[in-house]
Design a binder for this molecule. Sequence first.
Ligand code: C5P
Length: 324
Amino acid sequence: MKKIAWQAGTYVCRAYAKINTYLEVLGQREDGYHELCSHMQLITLCDTLETRIKLMPIAGEKTNTDDGPTITLQSDHPTLSCGEDNLILRAARLFFETVGLKNDHKIEIEFYLHKKIPMQGGLAGGSADAAAVLLSLNKLCGEPFALNDLCSMGVLLGADVPFCIRGRHGAQTATGIGEVMTPAAGISPNVTLLVALPGTAVSTPAAFRWLDERYCAEPIAARKREHQARYRRHLAALDTQDFRCLEQTSWNRFEEAVFSLQPQTKRVFDAVRMLGADMTRMSGSGPTIIGYFFDEERASTAQRLLQQDGIVSYLCHPLEKADE
Ligand code: C5P
């Protein structure tokens, strides 16, 4: 175990949401998790995590500080649980299981989360926050861990956490359960994204179950072949930013599950398309719908019209690389 002498300090880290222009489910493993192939990219919609480290003198005799720091979380979100189940606190605890403390001071770690990413939307909001914790703590203690080490810690917290770390350097193809990554071309940051919230909720395990039941009798080999041909064309379209081909090859297997379980999601998908999006896809296991627009003004008009229908949405852009 690495032992670190901590300094007092503060670090502010943006935690970016992700979208998928492609997501195929390729069968279930013995541990219940599913093999996937997905194209993932971060977007400018983000939470902001502030991490503050305080060193408190220990009164009286020197004691062993190996029992770990005191960790607290506050947030501006009205319904987010800041208890021990929160991924931010779980990520911090995991980090401190991997590093020991070399201080003769008591350490207090305070997190403050400014929450902007819609929760349980298929945008990896929780995973983005967990990734920000691992990156921030690593920065604050002199970067003892390489990105690969942080990704190995991250996957223990959620399948999307490694991407939320690695994706800060650019879009990726994610395979395995989402943790095996290969750099890929992304969508241009000039494209405007309309991130529309249908106001529905479907749990990720429920969406996987729906697909398992629907496809249990079908051979996986045929789906794999079809996927390989489609995804090859999708990557080529991303390379050349051929939007027509991108639109044709873009894919999300979860759409049929979520549209069936929550028909309102399909209505919002159709509305975004009708409002002139150049491409429309659900993100991840949903239900958030992403409209991809070449024309920013058309995206703004679409947002206004959705608003009149009571549908909340955000405008943002694909992220090429994060600054920090
Ligand atoms: O790991 P994460 O919290 O993102 O996943 C939530 C749930 O989704 C898991 O508990 C699992 O049931 C399901 N899942 C899966 N296969 C994946 C990713 C997630 O079955 N590749």
